[in-house]
Write a protein that binds this ligand. Sequence first.
Ligand code: ADP
Ligand code: MG
Length: 170
Amino acid sequence: MIYLTTKSAEDTRELAGALANLARPGDVILLAGDLGAGKTTFAQGFGRSLGVTEPITSPTFVLVHVHQGRLPLVHADAYRLEHLGEVIDLGLPELLDEGAVALIEWGDLLAPVLASDFLEVRLEMGVNDDERRLALRAVGAGWAARLRSLGSAVGRWRITDGDWAPGGHE
Ligand code: ADP
Ligand code: MG
């Protein structure tokens, strides 16, 4: 696990952008966290770093947005999916095969269906309105092999695990 903290929405976007620099075709990133935790904000910074110029907004009602950047970016919201089969219908596996990177909000159930390897980014509220805590967890060998470069890419946001749990400061 890698534990991080951000001080503002823009700070979270910058962190996400640093992670996007490591993205490879076919990558799946699960964004976990409550409403308002910053999942869509993270997606905005990630996309900006991939060179997406159009606005990145919550895909809640259409389930999936596809943006063009250095790599195609699939931004999905699994919250409203009734059945995992809908994801297949939406063509996510094909998009990944074609080299897209997928960011899946609320993807706890979905991410493991799409890929045996994925990066989990869990966001939680911090001690004030503008602070967030993030925990990165590599699932599968592909991301585990990148943990070292991941750690250095996000070094400036890093905290020790004892400081991660909200309220764990002081
Ligand atoms: P989610 O997609 O998880 O529901 P959003 O990204 O849509 O969350 O909303 C997060 C809200 O919290 C935004 O209004 C954003 O400006 C605000 N915010 C404040 N501080 C932060 C931070 N450090 N990181 C991310 N968002 C933050
Ligand atoms: Mg959202």
